[in-house]
Design a protein around this ligand. Sequence first.
Ligand code: GTP
Ligand code: MG
Length: 196
Amino acid sequence: MRIKNATFVVSNSRVDLCPKTRLPEFAFIGRSNVGKSSLINMLTDRKQLAKTSGKPGKTQLINHFLINQQWHLVDLPGYGYARVSKKDKKEFQRYVTDYFIEREQLVNAFVLIDIRHTPQAIDLEFMEWMGAQGIPFSIVFTKADKLAESKIEPTINAYINTLLEGAWESAPPFFITSSSSRMGKDALLDYIGTLL
Ligand code: GTP
Ligand code: MG
C-alpha cells in the first residue's frame, strides 16, 4: 500500500470522543521512547506528522490520523514511563486500556519493541493482557539501525522464543523496522493493506 494522504484529525484523552466514523483503525503502542511517533512519520513520509522527542513521555493523548481517506492510524502514549506522577500514570493507563477495550473500529494493534532490549516484563505483560482481551496485535521491532546486521536475526529469534516459552502457543506476526533507515516500511504497509 502507498500512503498518498495523511492528515491529523484529533487528539483526546477519552475514547468516547474519538472519531465516530466506522473507518478501520490501526494503533501503535509500546513503551515510552520506543519510537512510535517516529515510525508513524516514517510510514507516512511526513517528518512531523506525529510529534517525537528524545525525552520519554512526549505523546500524552490518543491521536487520530486519517490515511488515504480510508483508514485511521492512531498514535498512543507510551506505557512504563517512570518519570510521570503516579496519578498521571494511572490516568494514561486508564484511557489506553479503555481505548483497546472499547474501540470497535480497531483492526490491529502494533506493539513496538526496541530491538536492543532483552524481553521486558512490562511488554510481555502488556501482550498477555492484549491476548486475554482478544485484541489482535503484531510486534514491531524498532531501531534496527542501532544493531549490527548480524545480530538482528539471533536477537529476534531469542525474543520470539521467550514468547513461546511463556504464554504463547504461536508467535504473532512481527516486523523489523528502523525509522532512520526506513527498513520495514513496505512490509508493514502491505500488511495493513491486507487487513483493510
Ligand atoms: P513517547 O511518545 O514518549 O511514548 O515516545 P515514542 O515511542 O513516540 O518515541 P519517539 O518516536 O518520540 O522517539 C523517541 C526517540 O527515539 C527519539 O529521539 C527518536 O529520534 C528515536 N528513534 C525513534 N525511532 C528510531 C529509529 O528507528 N532509529 C533510531 N536510531 N532512533 C530512533
Ligand atoms: Mg510518541
